[in-house]
Structure formats: C-alpha cells, structure tokens
Design a protein around this ligand. Structure first.
Ligand SMILES: [Zn+2]
Length: 72
C-alpha cells in the first residue's frame, strides 16, 4: 500500500548580503534552526517551512575569492 507524501520542491535564492529569500513570494526567509545537514527556514508570507541542505549553501571559495557553481 502506497502512502501519499507531499514533496513539493521549494526554491530559494541568496542576495549578495547573504540573506535567503523564498523564490515564490520574494520575501526574506527566517532561519529557525539547523541540524548537522539542513537549515530550517520559514516564510511568513506563504506560511511554509523550507529545509535547505547545508552542502548547497556553503561552498569553498577559490584562491581569488570567487565562488563557482558546482557544475564548472
Ligand atoms: Zn514565501
């Protein structure tokens, strides 16, 4: 028997000042907590929790200070 699970993908973006914004509404996300693997955020406008993997948020900078996308 299959159990229905909601797995909607949430999209966020980060501004140069480091703040995270919900792509659906453009509002700034509130950080509520973190585990060893994920950052828990909340959008007050959409009343939605957003879990972000920490590995997607932190990347090592190159020697010249630039942060390149993982696919390059
Ligand atoms: Zn939102």
């Amino acid at each position: 028997m299959a159990i229905p699970v909601s797995a909607e993908i949430a999209t966020v973006y980060r501004l140069p000042d480091g703040s995270l914004h919900h792509a659906r509404c453009g509002r700034r996300l509130l950080v509520q907590g973190r585990s060893t693997e994920e950052l828990q955020c909340y959008c007050l406008t959409c009343a939605e929790s957003v879990w972000l993997p920490l590995c997607a948020l932190v990347r090592a900078a190159a020697a010249d200070g630039t942060i390149r996308p993982p696919w390059s």
